[in-house]
Design a protein around this ligand. Structure first.
Ligand SMILES: N[C@@H](CCC(=O)N[C@@H](CS)C(=O)NCC(=O)O)C(=O)O
Length: 205
């Protein structure tokens, strides 16, 4: 049995999607970020930077969503792809670039508009470039790393925030094709609804 410490955010959804994909049972322990529960001393013992997600399995806990996905891929023997270097490369691109940059775009463009014109413009442009670069790559690749893998599971919940990005996902045909295909997977639909409150991946208009 796995225990996932999470709130309904893209980084946490990566893990619930993977747990559904490998058909493992898991309990979600809700860490309410708005209430600052990530800063509780007990939680800090398993998450030194006070971030979700954290996964508990048997006698160990793991923080950092990329590390958790690799752990689960090794545990299950699934979704690391035939070429693990390729999968790791795209997973790390999500962890080190796509996630952090789109996260800044959320902050400046959506949650705090009007506070910094520079921040808004900088991260809007970067978000647009990320859409374009992913679209280019997906123009001759079905998935990020050949087969459907933890790299796609890591990236999907970030692109699923497209309604707040205001970039216009529908202009990027290859990225939209990839997004729609993943959004139809039963495990993705179940895992996306991490808190079981009926949340579904947003459709592309
Ligand atoms: N690199 C980390 C990032 C984790 C992260 O930023 N989590 C956010 C939610 S998506 C969080 O816990 N934020 C709480 C805070 O910053 O106080 C990972 O991928 O696990």
């Amino acid at each position: 049995m796995f225990e996932l410490f999470a709130d309904s955010t893209p980084n946490a959804r990566k893990i619930s999607i993977m747990l559904e994909e490998i058909n493992e049972k898991y309990l979600v322990t809700f860490i309410n970020l708005n209430k600052g529960e990530q800063f509780h001393e007990d939680f800090k013992k398993i998450s030194p930077f006070s971030k979700i997600p954290v996964l508990r399995h048997e006698n160990q806990t793991i923080f950092e969503s990329g590390a958790i996905l690799i752990y689960l891929a090794n545990f299950s023997g699934e979704f690391y792809g035939l070429n693990q270097n390729l999968t790791t490369q795209w997973l790390m691109a999500q962890m080190g670039y796509i996630g952090p940059m789109l996260g800044q775009h959320h902050q400046f463009h959506h949650y705090n508009p009007g506070k910094s014109e520079f921040g808004e413009q900088r991260y809007f442009k970067i978000a647009e470039t990320i859409y374009k670069n992913l679209d280019d790559h997906l123009s001759n690749n079905e998935y990020l790393a050949r087969e459907y893998s933890i790299a796609d599971m890591a990236t999907f919940p970030w692109i699923a925030r497209h309604p707040i990005h205001d970039i216009g996902l529908n202009k990027y045909l290859n990225l939209t094709r990839w997004y729609n295909k993943i959004a139809l997977r039963p495990a993705v639909i179940k895992g996306y609804d991490l808190l079981k409150d009926g949340t579904v991946p947003p459709s592309v208009n």
